[in-house]
Design a protein around this ligand. Structure first.
Ligand code: DQA
Length: 136
């Protein structure tokens, strides 16, 4: 989701110092170990994310998504995820429930099969391991 391209530079006291490239490297290595092909994408544009979810309908077995701010605002991202048949895992780097009240509601959680919050970028690895288990 939006602003995650600035991971490592943006509010490091909340999101840590690891970058999106670090997340990509971590997911690619773990995906290989688990026998999963992973594709990591980031956009600041809601419509682009909706389009990628539609693409995933044809090409992906599961979706791990950090919708960032769109978590709390986007019925469009929720509706797109509702068209996807495989498992969906929602990841937040920070512990959103400890933060401002507006971060406590997630549209995406209405669809997500599992939710991670507060594990830092390690949450993506934990989600990937759970995805491997779900996909058998
Ligand atoms: C976030 C939490 C959101 O509330 C915020 O808007 C983000 C990142 C997280 O990973 O902790 O941009 O999804």
């Amino acid at each position: 989701g939006p602003n995650l391209n600035l991971l490592g530079k943006r509010q490091p006291e909340i999101y840590g110092r690891d970058t999106l490239d670090d997340v990509a490297a971590q997911c690619a290595a773990l995906g290989q170990e688990l026998g999963l092909d992973t594709l990591l994408r980031q956009s600041n544009w809601e419509g682009q994310i909706v389009d990628w979810i539609h693409e995933a309908r044809e090409h992906a077995a599961g979706i791990i998504i950090n919708p960032a701010a769109l978590t709390h605002t986007s019925v469009a991202v929720l509706d797109a995820l509702n068209t996807f048949e495989g498992p969906v895992i929602e990841v937040h780097i920070s512990q959103v429930h400890k933060r401002e009240a507006f971060r406590h509601h997630s549209y995406v959680s209405h669809r997500a099969d599992a939710v991670m919050a507060g594990f830092g970028i390690h949450g993506y690895s934990l989600a990937l391991r759970h995805m491997a288990a779900l996909l058998g």
